[in-house]
Design a protein around this ligand. Structure first.
Ligand code: ADP
Ligand code: MG
Length: 676
């Protein structure tokens, strides 16, 4: 018998060379192979005749071969083999490309199953390169695997089959009462049926079971992560200074902002470290929430750190918070890569001595470089690309500080609850009053002149504008030059005499900052930029956002960019320029025109891009899933959350024998995700 943990080389028929090919697919052990689930299935239980199928569809037809194979040499490396079949009524002309062996194996007047796309006309049908198999003995539902060039799906299927035949019954991982309650088939049934299902009903049961187990493992892991942090903290921020803080604000906070501040203050007073996510659309006013809880923390005698993903953003936060809180005696410092060495040393000393209350800087800098006298609260901004492990480390080495993560990626709340199962969540679901929606238009490049004229008029009226050119990848010098050229051309032609700024990823931090500052001060009227402005920068006088090659941006990116305007009182505009005819691109741009609500746009994004993309591992930083899909399987996910809560209530440490395998699987799943 085969051992599930042994190398795949122990499977009959797998030599060193083949094992190497499997390794390329990430398959090393027999277990890896068994968990290499099919990506799809061919259902051959529904054989139909030609007359029953639609032209252009994929069909499975049983037919008899009625003419011998004819060879047509097309050119070097391309030979066609043609022959005819019939299903009894209609003749099917079949073409086979290059496959000498298949052509040679076909026997006249024998019955075959043809599986593939069929094109019909009035009197006959044709199929190009269908899969052809002997009619007898073919499996009903066949698995299709992701394959590499030299290891095709059929070869994988064969090895999986051999492995399953030589493996003992898989031992059960889920306790009987859970299987009963959630109507789950046994693991053994599931693992065998997922590869070679008897019928579609068995397949569905197998999938449900495996998805359930995977999501349950994930939920348990996240909940335990959360629980691990439910170690008491000495940082108890007792007195809530929100009332005082409100008087420092130049505006009246929204109900949502107040609620979020209250939720945070309750956490910070609880005796347990806060681990909270603040979700709010662009412009919903997350910074004021941060300021509010910083104020309370500092007034209670603690230091705070605010971390931003870019220097520009850190700088802007520093300015905003200094203006808001400086007058009330909060001592704020900005620490960035471009801070001079001497100054850096001074800032760090002041922190250690407790002479600074609030330090603002980029993540790397603050996490690695600074020590505090009395750190109480850490806030991280715009962390939509943040892994679980990083989240676990958020509270900085050795500190029990309260943590708040602020994210502008709208995710439906129920889903957020599960993806960020390790965090509590506050949502800013209300925009500050008086915001008009940004008027959005989609035009093609013939409109350039008119757009420039429009921008000029806006600038003459005292407003400012952005033009964003796509920078696909940092370091793609070609694109960078194009942004530079673009700016140059504008300043020589349509915008002569107007101060144009240029901002791109390759610029030094200090340069970027100078440009951003000049734009924020209104010295630069028109900013030509790559997406470095995407995150969080706030310039209220900017009223126009023009996006070149808009089809090259994703929906959430476009939404973020558009969020850069409409921050002041004046009507703002977003102009999306695109010549793309691609259907999804057109759909995406239409969505932007139609909707302004980030949550709505996120929904559409899911629909258009498919969940796999939207929740690619990089975005939420969770362990990679093998079979489950958090969006497609929302219903199961919900049940798993419930089940996980029940399990932890019964046996928090998963010490009971019945949870032993499950506990092992959790460590395995999260250990593997340590790489991300
Ligand atoms: P985001 O959530 O995108 O980080 P910001 O914190 O940058 O949003 O706030 C966006 C703009 O809205 C800022 O100019 C800020 O001053 C303003 N703002 C925030 N809250 C309010 C409010 N309650 N009333 C009016 N303006 C507000
Ligand atoms: Mg922000």
């Amino acid at each position: 018998m085969l051992d599930i943990n042994s190398s795949i080389q122990y499977i009959k028929g797998v030599g060193e060379k083949k094992a190497g090919l499997f390794n390329k697919l990430g398959i090393f052990s027999v277990r890896d192979l068994i968990e290499y689930y099919p990506r799809a299935y061919e259902d051959r239980t529904n054989k139909i005749t030609v007359s029953e199928c639609e032209s252009g569809s994929v069909a499975c037809i049983e037919a008899t071969m009625i003419t011998p194979v004819k060879e047509h040499f097309v050119r070097r490396g391309m030979t066609l083999y043609k022959c005819d079949f019939t299903d009894g009524n209609t003749v099917i002309h079949v073409t086979i490309f290059n496959n000498k062996y298949l052509a040679a194996a076909l026997k006249l007047y024998e019955n075959y199953i043809l599986y593939g796309k069929i094109e019909k006309n009035l009197t006959s049908a044709k199929m190009a390169s269908p899969e052809i198999e002997k009619a007898k003995g073919s499996a009903a539902v066949r698995p299709i695997y992701h394959a590499t060039g030299r290891l095709n799906s059929k070869a994988i299927e064969k090895v999986v089959k051999t492995a399953l035949e030589n493996l003992d019954k898989f031992s059960e991982t889920l306790p009987a009462e859970i299987r009963l309650k959630y109507k789950l088939v046994s693991l053994d049934f599931a693992l065998r049926q997922i590869h070679f299902p008897k019928d579609s009903e068995s397949l569905e049961k197998a999938r449900d079971r495996l998805i359930f187990e995977e999501l349950l493992t994930l939920q348990l892991g996240l909940l335990k992560l959360k629980g691990r942090r439910r170690v008491k903290t000495d940082i108890i921020i007792k007195k809530d200074y929100t009332g005082e803080f409100i008087n420092l604000l130049p505006f009246k906070p929204t109900g949502a902002q107040l609620r979020a501040i209250k939720e945070c203050c309750a956490d910070m007073a609880s005796g347990y470290p806060m681990n909270r996510l603040l979700q709010g659309d662009v412009g919903s006013g997350k910074t004021a929430v941060a300021a509010g809880i910083i104020y309370t923390a500092v007034k209670n005698g603690y230091q705070c750190a605010l971390m931003a993903p870019t220097e520009i953003l850190a700088t802007q936060h520093a300015e905003t918070l200094y203006n808001m809180l400086g007058g009330a005696g909060i001592r704020t410092q900005l620490l960035t890569g471009s801070t001079p060495k001497k100054e850096k040393r001074r800032i760090k000393e002041a922190l250690l001595d407790g002479e600074t209350d609030l330090i603002i800087g980029t993540h790397a800098l603050i996490q690695n470089d600074v020590e505090f006298k009395n750190l109480g609260l850490v806030i991280t901004d715009e962390q939509h690309r943040f892994g679980v492990n990083q989240r676990a480390n958020l509270a900085m080495k050795g500190s029990e500080a309260h943590t708040l993560v602020m994210s502008a990626t709208p995710i439906p709340r129920t889903l957020a609850l599960m993806i960020y199962g390790d965090l509590d969540i506050s949502v800013l679901d209300e925009l500050p009053p008086g915001r008009q929606t940004v008027r959005t238009d989609v035009v093609d490049s013939r409109y350039h002149k008119r757009i420039y004229a429009f921008i000029k008029k806006q600038i003459d009226a005292g407003n400012q504008a952005y033009i964003v050119c796509p920078l696909v990848e940092e370091g793609e010098s070609e694109n960078m030059i194009s942004a530079e050229k673009y700016a140059e051309e504008l300043s020589e032609n349509d915008f002569k005499g107007i101060n144009i700024g240029l901002l791109h990823g390759k610029m030094k931090a200090a340069q970027k900052e100078n440009v951003m500052r000049a734009f924020a001060d209104g010295d630069i009227k028109l900013l030509v930029a790559t997406t470095v402005i995407e995150v969080g920068v706030d310039v209220p006088a900017a009223t126009v956002m023009v996006i070149e090659n808009a089809e090259r941006f994703g929906l959430s990116q476009l939404h973020q960019l558009r969020g850069r305007v409409g921050r002041g009182k004046a009507q703002s505009y977003c102009i999306l320029i695109s010549d793309s005819k691609s259907e999804t691109a057109v759909q995406r741009l239409k969505t932007m025109k139609k909707y302004s609500d980030g949550f709505k746009i996120a929904d559409m994004d899911l629909k258009l891009r498919g969940p796999g993309d939207f929740f690619g591992n990089r975005q939420h930083g969770l362990p990679k899933l093998k079979i489950a899909d958090m969006l497609e399987n929302m219903e199961i996910l919900r049940k798993c959350r419930e089940c996980a809560d029940e399990i932890l209530a019964e046996d928090y440490n998963l010490d009971m024998p019945k949870y032993k395998t499950l506990a092992g699987n959790i460590s395995e799943m999260f250990r593997n995700s340590a790489a991300n």
